[in-house]
Design a protein. Sequence first.
Length: 79
Amino acid sequence: MKYVTMNPLPLPSDIRSLTQHFNQPGGGIAPWLFVPESNIAEVSTAEHPGVATIRQAGRGEDIKGLLRQPIAIGDYPLP
């Protein structure tokens, strides 16, 4: 699956839902975003279930995983 920019989804009400485990093979990567787009050749959640496989395009830039929208300090209560 090629990287596609999508509209931001609202963040879940429980911070534990922001998992980094991509458990649905072929499922989406929301709310995560991988940048820079110019150095990403492919993102797959089907090749290795539970992991996002990211293939770089060889442009020599680090690939970073970010949330599509920032987390404000007051978004989630302390445990």
